[in-house]
Design a protein around this ligand. Structure first.
Ligand SMILES: [Zn+2]
Length: 562
């Protein structure tokens, strides 16, 4: 875990979560699936004027109303209460009532018209009104689509399932004209298009929910998706978004999106202060003891550019990991960011976008003359990826930055920042990763990337070694409580172990596609197999994929021969 003392921003307790529920009422039309939305009051304390789905806080009374609720066998008690709250809210706000008589006949519009929708203290409680008319709530027709938790930065926060139900026949929504206005049926894609034009204000969870909803052809398809999860009933996704700054503007992300992990590490409590724009002109602080300076070498191979990491602080001096290409400006900026106090220069591997900056950087640091550390390139390395460090690093070796403490017994050295070396062949034979032990961070070089896929280029690259190294990294993450991964290309990755598991699963899935292609065309060539095995990858990526493809073929042939 990251030491609190190294966090850039003071701890701030996010607002407490309140339980709420919202429901997407859906209907089929000749032009596709539609969802019911309404505009919130301009004076609402949360998301004023936003178009939303009906919903609100869960009351004590909702739990008590379970006696008139119809429960599906697989529906949990919590889901039942959420469904009751959603039904009550859509009744109060829009006059839509998901209910039926005990004999199964649906409630009529006339009966609903005679009920009191106001929420004044004098109103007979919703459940009492239903019970008095012999109505049962159709809670068994309400399903869980998603689970949203309001972002940590917002002053009011809700823990809210987004439920779905088919709109009952014969009812017409009418707004309460106090909390909700202008009920409208809208196709998800149209709502998103109007939002993009600035004509239909919706907040982030609504946007993302509509985006997913747009993929379904009709109501049945949505309900089917909600009930056919292998894990049983539950949300199709759960998210507590995070926001950063992009081009000076707020930008929000869900957990699976590339910048999320970086925001989780730099602003754990949801402060919206971290700029996500790629910086080649100055080092970006990620923690007090960790900065990232990106080299100005963006390309299809290097993504936004090579990340040089600067570990340490003014009291300990610095270790620079991956000085990058031999770029005069970049090397100068690394020197400047460290005031020349570089104690060690480490290259994760020898590739041209990682190690050539080491020698010129060393030459600039005249007072400290830092050693260049890493692993010598193997004979299999391409001519432009040859590299010989001043000293080869041993697997498990620790590189320590000490602070000097002066006490009664003279000076003592306090280890403050320790990088442990992990040999990880696979992407390159001389690849290594580093764990910043005190903060549980993994500097992954090119072994794990964010936003792109590591190329395994035989013979220096090796797929079996790559997969074995992933296992080794997973074990190191488990042993060292490593939460975040800092790749040489792309933003920080959160949930280190899940990310490694996903990566491994992705590789093995690709490998089974390669094996399938080879089985289907036993006499085929790479040019014939590749389009089959990479049919989900854009064609322009195929030349790059061809190298990893060869690595899979090599591994499969070795496995078959074993
Ligand atoms: Zn590389």
């Amino acid at each position: 875990m990251v030491r609190p003392s190294q966090q850039l921003h003071p701890h701030r307790e996010p607002a407490p979560l309140r339980a709420a529920a919202t429901v997407l009422l859906l209907r089929d039309t000749p032009s596709g699936l539609e969802v019911l939305m309404t505009r919130r009051s301009p004076t609402a304390s949360f998301a004023p004027n936003a178009y939303v789905f009906p919903g609100g806080r869960i009351d004590e009374a909702d739990t008590a109303a379970r006696r008139i609720a119809t429960r599906r066998r697989t529906q949990s008690r919590v889901q039942l209460t959420q469904a009751i709250a959603a039904i009550r809210e859509s009744f109060e706000e829009l006059g839509v009532l998901l209910a039926h008589h005990t004999d199964g006949t649906p409630v009529s519009a006339e009966l609903i018209a005679g009920m009191d929708r106001s929420t004044a203290d004098t109103t007979v409680a919703f459940a009492e009104q239903c019970a008095a008319r012999g109505l049962q709530l159709s809670t068994d027709r309400v399903f869980t689509l998603a689970h949203w938790i309001t972002d940590r930065d917002l002053p009011k926060r809700f823990d809210v399932p987004f439920l779905v139900a088919r709109m009952p026949e014969g009812q017409t929504p009418t707004a309460d004209e106090s909390e909700q206005f202008e009920p409208c049926w809208v196709r998800p894609a149209d709502a998103l298009a109007r939002h993009a034009e600035g004509r239909f204000f919706i907040i982030f969870p609504t946007v993302r929910t509509l985006e997913r909803l747009a993929a379904y052809a009709d109501v049945d398809a949505v309900l089917q998706a909600c009930t056919s999860r292998p894990e049983g009933e539950g949300p199709l996704w759960t998210s507590c978004p995070r926001a950063g700054l992009l081009g000076g503007k707020e930008a929000r992300y869900m957990e699976h999106e590339h910048p999320y992990g970086e925001l989780a590490m730099v602003c754990p409590d949801g402060q919206i202060v971290h700029a996500l724009d790629w910086q080649t002109e100055h080092a970006v602080p990620l923690l007090k003891n960790l900065r990232r300076l990106t080299a100005p070498n963006p390309s299809a191979m290097t993504g936004p550019g090579t990340n040089s990491y600067i570990v340490g602080d003014a009291s300990t001096g610095y270790i620079v990991v991956d000085p990058g290409p031999n770029d005069f400006g970049h090397i100068g900026r690394l020197w400047k960011a460290t005031q020349g106090d570089i104690r060690m220069i480490v290259c994760t591997h020898s590739h041209a976008d990682h190690s050539p900056g080491a020698t010129p950087l060393q030459a600039l640091c005249k007072t400290t003359n830092p050693p260049i550390l890493g692993l010598p390139s193997a004979p299999t390395a391409r001519p432009n990826a040859r590299f010989t460090p001043d000293r080869a690093l041993a697997d498990g070796e620790r590189l320590v930055l000490n602070a000097t403490a002066v006490g009664d017994n003279g000076e003592t050295l306090l280890p403050l920042h320790t990088l442990r070396v992990i040999h990880t062949p696979g992407h390159a034979a001389n690849h290594l990763c580093l764990v910043l032990e005190e903060d549980g961070l993994l500097l992954s070089g090119d072994h794990i990337l964010n936003g792109s896929t590591t190329v395994i280029d035989p013979p220096d690259g090796n797929m079996t070694h790559y997969l074995d190294s992933l296992d080794k990294l997973d074990a190191a993450c488990q042993a060292g409580d490593v939460r975040f991964i800092l790749p040489a290309h792309g933003h920080v990755i959160a949930e280190a172990r899940s990310a490694i598991a996903r990566l491994k699963a992705h590789r093995l899935k690709r490998e089974s596609k390669v094996a399938d292609a080879m089985r289907r065309l036993p006499a085929g060539t790479i040019d014939e197999w590749l389009p089959l095995a990479y049919d989900d990858v854009p064609e322009r990526m195929w030349p790059m994929a061809a190298r990893s493809f060869a690595a899979h073929v090599e591994r499969l042939q070795k496995l078959a021969a074993a």
